[in-house]
Write a protein that binds this ligand. Structure first.
Ligand code: AMP
Ligand code: ZN
Length: 110
């Protein structure tokens, strides 16, 4: 855990952010500035800066992130209508919080 990292603080229960899901490895909560009717963030508890920093050690957490995305899409009722999964990577890729997170966005009427 990195003390001045906002997602480390959230994921380790140091803020009042409400979790939609939590297990030993990750948490899921709503994006504070949603870009879609359903906009969730799926965040590992371990501090990993970005996709660039992934190592062999992180293989299982990546699987966990995607399985949580699948489950949360169903829970939020967007699995059949469809959704986007997105990792922003570093500044040029739109990343503003440098703790790996998977965006799940859906719920548009199309
Ligand atoms: P990114 O641009 O991929 O780094 O995305 C960071 C996301 O975190 C943005 O969509 C923000 O709206 C969101 N965010 C920042 N602070 C919080 C917070 N305290 N609780 C929930 N979402 C947050
Ligand atoms: Zn962190």
């Amino acid at each position: 855990m990195t003390q001045d990292c906002i997602f480390c603080n959230i994921a380790n229960g140091k803020t009042d952010t409400e979790f939609l899901y939590e297990d030993d490895h990750l948490v899921v909560f709503r994006d504070i500035k949603p870009h879609a009717p359903v906009h969730l963030l799926i965040v590992p508890k371990r501090h990993i800066r970005s996709v660039n920093d992934l190592t062999d050690d992180h293989r299982s957490i990546l699987g966990d992130l995607f399985m949580a995305a699948r489950d949360m899409a169903k829970k939020e009722g967007v699995d059949r209508s469809g959704y986007k999964l997105l990792f922003n990577v570093e500044k040029g890729g739109g990343q503003v919080i440098f703790h790996l997170h998977l965006h799940l966005m859906g719920g548009w009427k199309r």
